[in-house]
Write a protein that binds this ligand. Sequence first.
Ligand code: PMP
Length: 403
Amino acid sequence: MTPARPAPDFTALLSDRARRMTASAIREILKITQQPDVISFAGGLPAPELFPVEAVKLATDAVLTRYGPAALQYSTTEGHPPLREWIGAKARIPAANVQIMTGSQQALDLLGKVLISEGDTVLVEAPTYLGALQSFQPYGPRYVELPTDDGGIDVDALEELLKTTSAKLLYAVPNFQNPTGRTLNAERRRRLVELTGHHGVLVIEDDPYGQLRFTGEAAPSLYELGLEYAGDVNANHVIYCSSFSKTLVPGLRDAWVQAAAPIVSKLVQAKQGADLHTPTLNQMIVTELLEDVLPRQIETVKKAYGERAALMLGHIRQQFPGGVEYTTPEGGMFLWVTLPEGIDSTRMLERALSRNVAYVPGSPFFALGGGENTMRLSYSSATPEQIERGVAALGETIRGALD
Ligand code: PMP
């Protein structure tokens, strides 16, 4: 064998963009929490036992029979026309304003690519969805954090910030936010849309969980309010992203964006460079499931998550010591715990793991750091027995950290 040549200096050869990418803190944590005995509230995965496996099998067969080779051929970047039409009809907008995406994660990446230049100010909730920070980060944004409480973004603080920062973009998860489970209330939604519209700030509304409301009243989406504000689908400053990942299955990677024509046409160009189109067969399968399976699946998932959330909240009430605060989600998959000041949830994780329970420390969800005493708990894929034992173990761990 010839002696190995020295490796290129890969680090020096990376792009500035790649240098801005960081390993997801959560991914590292999830590796530890996937030990077999650990009850994990960390993952945040949809419940796999609820997936409509048989229906997907039948739909795949039906689609291949109906379309034959066309189901396996390249297709248009914008997406499978019947799927776009269905989404457009639901939103009461033309199908031309709907762009199919390979997961809403791709929507976030491509929106970052077409909207964020290095140094642009991007407003994000504190805390916010870590995956959005990861998507935007390579494009070099300057983050400004918006304070939040149980009603979502503090719109008074937003109003002040808009006077002093030249923000370009606001990213928000208004329904059952990942990571907090909180929902932006109806009154604040209106003000947020008016304030951003007035200041010429674009809004990305990321809404993968909106259909999964198990209690309370739905508020209008920012996108709908943006339509009202603008009076024209192609003047709406709100860009809406949603997905079939949480309502149907995540593995087909089918999601979409609703936006004004100039944004859609840029996304088409960006998507051509990224993956040409979302897999044809997957889009056809999802389309096949829209009328019957999807509404039933949403009911099934809502019921299960509602029961699991109520169970987790009940045990938290009984098992967590005083001084611990937590959110009460009305839908979605997550709740958010704030421990007494001084407890560091990252340091506490090791002790929780020794009691065979895991969570995600809250700090990585803050664009500008902080939140060391917070953590995210997911109830979506835990059994009642796991919820009971896991919350009890977590209660003991917190009490131990308080001593
Ligand atoms: N946005 C939010 C707020 C999420 O929680 C997730 C999934 N964890 C995504 C986007 C990405 O979802 P997908 O790519 O599966 O549509």
